[in-house]
Design a protein around this ligand. Structure first.
Ligand code: NAD
Ligand code: IPM
Ligand code: MN
Length: 357
């Protein structure tokens, strides 16, 4: 068995964490007797500086042929973000119909949460974020720029098919895990899109009688993720709200550098994309101190998605073992003094020495 994976390291720390994580993922695949063909796409800010585009015009066509994509991060401080992200990452999510964004938050043993009194395993939830429309719909415009009558319009879009898809994926997960599904909206202020969203949740809930549904407004949900994170299980939210809540998830589980993400094409017609939740982190880029574990764990989500569950478990166990080990290397975001390479070298050592499970 073999898989054909596209790699897009991208910008900033993406260029550090992806090339560092890949050899480990290769070794895990080898141990589990499957092959991965990696194709590296050197897309990103450097290409933008050289050629005025983040990627070749027909670049997305090339991606379509792969089984999955592993992305680092995109974004450079010298290029406006709306240009870079609207050329690279957001079009991949939309063109490949990756409507289901799955972002787990886990407080691992051995990691200190900034929240007082939380031990490893006590925070464990997953956010299902709608990933192709909502507040990220590229619909709107600006007129009369610079004049006193200037106007900017940015429309949010909620379709029945995409909303049902994300809501159903979240219910499936809640049904499987047992426990509550928290529906996060802002229906008190957004009476069309968000009330429509709530209606879809109520409709789909009929098919999942075992799942208890909790409803929270996004402002209260942000507070409760700090105040009572242990009570969350599965959260479903729109594109923007899911984006914000998952950075909170990263922070309360010890570091954004631990938070992985999957952008899933639910029909399997197109490749899905796996990426850390974090961005290109220009404040630490180029110093080889970025935490690679969010990317490593995104690799585990990729393995799981292509059906290599045992390999995914190996990767997760390696990371859990390392984090639980007080003498293992750690990057500065976790209070350590080690570098990106040290952390992955240690995981590779553990893989070499350890048993598979
Ligand atoms: P960011 O996620 O890059 O960084 C936020 C903070 O978290 C920074 O202090 C950074 O040092 C820290 N951090 C992030 N990842 C880390 C890691 N692996 N190890 C240690 N520390 C880590 O967010 P930002 O600063 O708002 O955005 C920077 C750029 O990245 C912008 O251009 C933004 O648009 C882009 N961005 C891209 C993606 C993506 O491609 N998936 C995601 C988020 C932001
Ligand atoms: C993320 C990022 C992106 C998003 C940005 C860079 C457009 O923050 O993947 O969380 O908001 O989706
Ligand atoms: Mn984000």
């Amino acid at each position: 068995m073999g898989y054909d994976i596209a790699l897009i390291p991208g910008d900033g720390i993406g260029r550090e964490v992806v090339p560092t994580a890949v050899p480990l993922l290769k070794e895990v695949a080898l141990k589990h007797n499957f092959r991965i063909e990696w194709t590296n796409y050197d897309w990103g800010a450097q290409r933008y500086f050289d050629e005025g585009r983040m990627l070749p015009e027909d670049g997305l066509d090339d991606l379509a042929a792969h089984d999955a994509i592993l992305l680092g991060a995109a974004g450079h401080p010298d290029i406006p973000d709306h240009l870079t992200l609207r050329e690279l990452m957001l079009p991949i999510r939309k063109r490949f119909d990756q409507g289901v964004c799955k972002r787990p938050t886990i407080l691992f043993n051995g990691v200190e949460s900034p929240l007082r009194g939380y031990e490893g395993g006590e925070i464990e939830f997953v956010v299902f974020r709608e990933n192709t429309e909502g507040e990220y719909a590229d619909i709107g415009g600006r007129e009369h720029q610079g004049q006193s009558n200037e106007v900017a319009i940015q429309s949010a879009v909620y379709t029945r098919s995409s909303t049902e898809t994300i809501v159903r994926a979240a219910f499936e997960a809640a049904d499987e895990r047992g426990g509550t599904l928290t529906n996060v909206t802002k229906s008190n202020a957004q009476a069309y899109g968000m009330v429509f969203w709530d209606d879809i949740v109520a409709e789909v809930a009929q098919d999942y009688p075992r799942v208890e549904v909790e409803r929270l407004l996004v402002d209260a949900a942000s507070m409760d993720l700090i105040r009572r994170p242990h009570e969350f299980n599965v959260i479903v939210a729109s594109n923007l709200f899911g984006d914000i809540l998952t950075d909170i998830g990263g922070a309360i589980s010890g570091s954004l550098g631990l938070a992985p993400s999957a952008n899933i094409n639910p029909t399997g017609e197109y490749p899905s994309m796996f990426e850390p939740v974090h961005g290109s982190a220009p404040d630490i880029a180029g110093r080889s101190i970025a935490n690679p574990l969010a990317t490593v764990l995104s690799g585990a989500m990729l393995f799981s998605h292509v059906g290599e569950e045992a390999a995914a478990t190996t990767v997760r166990n390696l990371v859990a073992d390392q984090l639980a080990d007080g003498s293992a290397p750690r990057t500065p975001d976790l209070g350590g003094e080690n570098g990106t390479l040290d952390v992955v070298a240690d995981l590779r050592e553990r893989l070499k020495n350890g048993t598979l499970d």
